[in-house]
Design a protein around this ligand. Structure first.
Ligand code: BES
Ligand code: MN
Ligand code: ZN
Length: 497
């Protein structure tokens, strides 16, 4: 994707691009300076006749084969008072579908200086909507055409540079989302802990940050028996993937930790067959923080970031752990494994404790497809967030508002933590069935973060299976979290001390 920002007045429409106009219910068409008076009049008439709706996410395409532009796309944005970036993102997602049908690869956004729009959201909507995953498909006879060129205008020459920077940031971030989604969609026979580590290492080399992979021997020496207990049931060895980004002027360190379970059969507490294939997505938390890291390193914020991904399979091999096993985690706490399917918290326990101990981060976030219960509570439209720190919650909320990656708070009260006490060990890895499964999982993780300000983001609902969001294909992983966490880190760097 290439986005060029041009000062208003210097925008030309030649070479058959599609001109895009924004349309509000209460304000009418904005822009229009780039199209002929005849086309302006035609659109006005169509609007008066009610054939162009101005509702959010409505799209009208007027072919103009005799002009220097191929057509005009009218993008409904709804009520001006209710407008927000997410409305624009979703309308752009709808536009992407129409533009693809029309086989258009160039777009000129004809904006009005009277109502400046957050163009980054438009680019995001287009880029995320255009994501495809064809690695395993035969080559198409008639491959789809994608938008590859977008021209947007800025009101003044000073505004050009700033908007160009914003758009370039958006492109890099969306490319990182694509990178992350590719990992998530990859089949589990191709994406093992070793290949995930390889992809992380290759990416780190490409963008320029340090990468270290701890193998099972090393993890054994370190005492990570909670993670290794999960890995015992699979033939593929577990890995602990660590990426480090340091900025010379940084005074603070943030940590991003993500669950990288490359396939979750449930282990001996095996899952039902129906839908089990979706458990290839159990590494989406890891892919999200790695994708965020990719964007962060490319954007070079003034802050240090460490990214840690515990990666393992959860299978039923001869040596698989069984219900009743007791393991000792990195921080010395013992855990009674009553359900081998509650494995995410086990691998995260060691990763979180190790991250705190090794890097003493100022703030830490983990992302994990941790509980089915979060889908019962919030469906696919928000991640559940639990935190020990109200400031961190507020920071995350700002990043969520900016990116449209929604979060919703859940509590970590001691009443819930009490449900996770073990009979013969310090902790049990499950709480009472049917009771606050997302919260009890969060309380379990809290035992491994010490005093570090920390937030746990349960993305089991948002990582895949999202329907009716125009820019997200429901058959693909969403890449949820890449934009949220990158935004949070960039904001934190800007906020400084
Ligand atoms: N990876 C699953 C959580 C999950 C389930 C994500 C369905 C997305 C869709 C996790 O490892 C798991 O199996 N959790 C159990 C925990 C239970 C045994 C306490 C769950 O949610 O059922
Ligand atoms: Mn599980
Ligand atoms: Zn799992």
């Amino acid at each position: 994707m290439q986005v060029v920002v041009v000062e208003k007045g210097n925008v030309h429409v030649e070479g058959g691009p599609c001109v895009v106009l924004a349309d509000f219910e209460d304000g009418g068409l904005t822009g229009g300076a780039l199209i002929t008076p005849e086309d302006q009049a035609a659109l006005q008439t169509l609007k008066e006749q009610g054939r162009i709706s101005s509702k959010a996410q409505s799209v009208y395409y007027l072919p103009t084969p005799t002009r220097t532009y191929a057509g005009v796309l009218v993008l409904g944005l709804g009520d001006k008072d209710r407008f927000e970036a997410e409305v624009f993102r979703r309308s752009a997602g709808k536009a992407a579908a129409v533009l693809s049908e029309q086989r258009i690869s160039k777009v000129v956004f004809d904006s009005s200086p009277d109502f400046p729009l957050p163009m980054e959201a438009f680019i995001e909507g287009i880029m995320l909507a255009q994501y495809s995953f064809t690695k395993y498909k035969a080559e198409a006879d008639n491959p789809p055409v994608y938008v590859e060129n977008i021209v947007v205008s800025a009101p003044t020459s000073e505004a050009v540079a700033e908007l160009q920077e914003g758009c370039d940031r958006t492109i890099l971030t969306c490319e990182s989302v694509e990178w992350s989604r590719d990992l998530c969609n990859t089949a589990p026979n191709d994406l093992t802990p070793s290949t995930l580590a390889y992809h992380a290492e290759t990416m780190a080399e490409e963008v320029g940050c340090d990468c270290e992979i701890l193998d099972e021997d090393k993890m054994g020496d370190l005492g990570m028996d909670a993670l290794l207990g999960v890995s015992k049931g699979g033939a593929e060895p577990a890995k602990l993937i660590i990426l480090e980004y340091a900025h010379e002027e940084a005074t603070r360190t943030l940590a991003l930790v993500g669950k990288g379970l490359t396939f979750d059969t449930g282990g001996i507490s095996i899952k039902p067959a129906a839908g089990m294939h979706e458990m290839k997505y159990d590494m989406c938390g890891g892919a999200a923080v790695l994708g965020a890291m990719r964007a962060i390193v490319l954007l070079q914020p003034k802050i240090n970031v460490v990214c840690v991904v515990p990666s393992s399979e959860n299978k039923t091999g001869a040596d698989a752990q069984v219900p009743g096993d007791i393991v000792r985690a990195y921080n010395g706490k013992t855990i009674e494994v009553h359900n081998t399917d509650a494995e995410g918290r086990l691998i995260l326990a060691d990763a979180l404790a190790y991250t705190v101990d090794t890097y003493t981060p100022d703030e830490m976030i983990d992302a994990a497809t941790l509980t089915g219960a979060v889908i019962s509570g919030l469906g696919h439209y928000a991640a559940g967030v639990m935190t020990t720190d109200d400031d961190l919650m507020a920071e995350l909320q700002l990043a969520a508002n900016a990116t449209g990656e929604r979060i919703w708070p859940l509590p970590l009260w001691d009443d819930y933590a009490d449900l996770m006490k073990g009979t013969h060990a310090d902790l049990c890895n499950i709480g009472p069935p049917g009771e606050a499964g997302t919260v009890t999982a969060g309380c379990f993780l809290k035992e491994f973060v010490g005093d570090t300000p920390w937030a746990h983001v349960d993305i089991a609902g948002t990582a895949w299976g999202v329907k009716n969001v125009s820019y997200l294909n429901p058959d693909h992983a969403t890449g949820y979290g890449v934009r949220l966490f990158a935004q949070w880190v960039l904001d934190e760097a800007m906020r400084g001390e």
